[in-house]
Design a protein around this ligand. Sequence first.
Ligand SMILES: [Zn+2]
Length: 608
Amino acid sequence: MSVIDEIKQKADIVEVVSEYVPLQKAGRSFRALCPFHPEKHPSFFVFPEQQSWHCFGSCASGGDVFSFLMRKEGIDFGEALRLLAERAGIPLTPKPQDEKRERLYRINKMAADYYHHLLLHSAEAEGARNYLAGRGISQESIIGFRLGFSPDSWQALHQHLTQMGYEEEDLVIVGLVVKREEGGSYDRFRNRLMFPINNPQGHVVGFGARALDASLPKYLNSPQTTIFDKSSIFYGIDLAKTPIRRQDMAVIVEGYTDVITAHQHGFGNVVASMGTALTEKQVGILKGLTKNIVLSLDADAAGEEATWRGVETVTRSLDQKVVLIPTWRGMVKYENEIDAEVRVITMPPGKDPDDIIREDAKAWQSLIDDALPMVEYIFVAVSSKLDLTKAKDKSSAVERLLPLVAEMKDLMRQAHYLQKLARLVEVNEGVLEAGIKGLQPSNRRGKISQERQRPLVSLPLTSPVEEYCLALLLQHPELKGSSQGLLPDYFEESKNRQLFIAWQQATELISLRSGLDVALQEHLDSLLAKALPPISHPEYVLADCVLRLREKFLRSLKTKEREVNLMGSQDMEGTELIKLQERAIEINTQLGEVFIEPRGQRRLAPKE
Ligand SMILES: [Zn+2]
């Protein structure tokens, strides 16, 4: 048994999930209010027999114990594996890649300790201490955020760390020391206030550094390294993740001191994006913690541009992508509603969150309470810059706002904003509606495709069809172009699903392998070594696999829905029940299609 399977077998999903949400026994399964979307009636179920979970509410998704942790903790597969291994007491042998990572974390930690010690005690750091006092930052915050001071020296840190036995090469890799082309090296951060940047697990992955004199740039960050990617991290996330989960809301600001001041005043759910635009990777971190996001950005022009970009990122990445699913009568598009709430705060001109919180914490709270829903905000922002009595400005408002309305998956919401836009530019709604049709590709085919959701399910341990299909894809690179219609959701095992996703994104085997977590590398190797019978038309075999995976997926979903339907339906809201019933009919129809149109190659893949 592979180590992944061993860990999965030892981790009881009911036990793991109940550490996050109180579970209630319901027939053979357990239920709870979904931890991933707000709801009043429980539609989140855990199935001990299948060791899987599923939300029948607006998430319409599910998976195994790994995917639950990945989503809930906002971590990747490897991290989820490590968490569960630790619980189960199964040692994971550190691989070279991990060892190197650990070494770099240690170096950063040593540097942070060194800078921190200097800030607290060295005479040279007096200016830095005064600066912090001037911004009202307390001693507890200085210690809690492990703030530091880098001395005005080209060699101090280099010397300190090499004396401790660290190699210069590693100091360069981690970005603390810079190599000169003509030979020699120097400390990157000099005479600066140091903000260690931690990943969600609390490891120091990089630094932000503020100049204490007139040096430019005013803010200097660690360069991109193997452990630091500023586009995929938030400052303060390690301290903020619990408050964010507890309050079910994350507030995103821009500056380091904004975060520190907020935490100091009891607003623990505040994090900062590094740089101006918010990225999809960053939002990915929050996705597992909350769906309520408040963006608080500067009122100045640059800030506004950043807000625009940020707003676009948030909608794109919380929205489920449109995916294709094969049917025998062509492709049907699936789409899902945005079930995230993104709101925007505009700061009063010339003020940072930092200033506002220090002046009056209540004012900050009411800014957050009054934050405008993102679309409202954009409507205001766009129309405030235009003269809507002019035809030219009217059309530029429509040009900017209509695509946004067209993006909305929720028809009520779309109708609401369409009306609003029509009133704003004093144009007949019908004209705008026609405009929307032109903007949408072909993703609106009436009610059924609107209400289709993306279900996922999971079965315990190995699944021969999933592994056969992956082995086929890996051993026949020429199939890359013919794998359309195969969805990550069809792979109910997290290890297979993750590998499939990585395979979709990779251009070749080497880059696929190097990008994987070590545990998945082993899984990849075993699939590459799997003996397949000689195949003359791999594309037919693949088509057969896709069909069988889809059938398995729909069956498993049907079983779960039946189970849930049988026991708890009396507590469900009427509309939810109807939705479930409609869904059952839809699945039956799809299953019917599978049986009505069997293909010649059907039994080539192993039986499940
Ligand atoms: Zn849910």
